[in-house]
Design a protein around this ligand. Structure first.
Ligand code: AMP
Ligand code: ZN
Length: 114
């Protein structure tokens, strides 16, 4: 996906503040953080959104969740806790159509989701 923003970040064509990387996922600080820790974890292969997951690429979910745990450790929020958000489609306000998991922490967010 030549003009996908996150594909370009993964390739290093657009700068990012990298937090973690392995064979399958790339994680970087959100440019407009909503919490003291706000990291985006993305698969290295292009998948539009959660709705783009299928039997062929579903293993990325495992890789992403492994990545999230490693990001939480690297950012020092694995014990204090964190929230993971995936926006999917219009009603959720998804703006970048490359699957990404928001990892938010470093602050008490309370029990309300919205
Ligand atoms: P979403 O609304 O779930 O699609 O989230 C997209 C996220 O990407 C937003 O939180 C943006 O702040 C973030 N974002 C957009 N461009 C960049 C960028 N160049 N580097 C890091 N984060 C970005
Ligand atoms: Zn992409």
């Amino acid at each position: 996906m030549d003009n996908c923003l996150f594909c370009r970040i993964i390739k290093g064509e657009i700068p990012s503040s990298k937090v973690y990387e392995d064979e399958y996922v790339y994680a970087f600080k959100d440019i407009n953080p909503a919490a003291p820790v706000h990291v985006l974890v993305v698969p290295k292969v292009h998948i539009d959104s959660l709705e783009g997951l299928n039997e062929e690429n579903l293993q990325n979910v495992v890789h992403i969740h492994r990545g999230i745990k490693n990001v939480a450790k690297a950012m020092g929020i694995n014990e204090s806790g964190y929230r993971v958000i995936v926006n999917c489609g219009k009603n959720a306000g998804q703006t970048v159509f490359h699957l990404h998991y928001h990892v938010l922490g470093g602050i008490e967010m309370g029990e309300k989701i919205l």
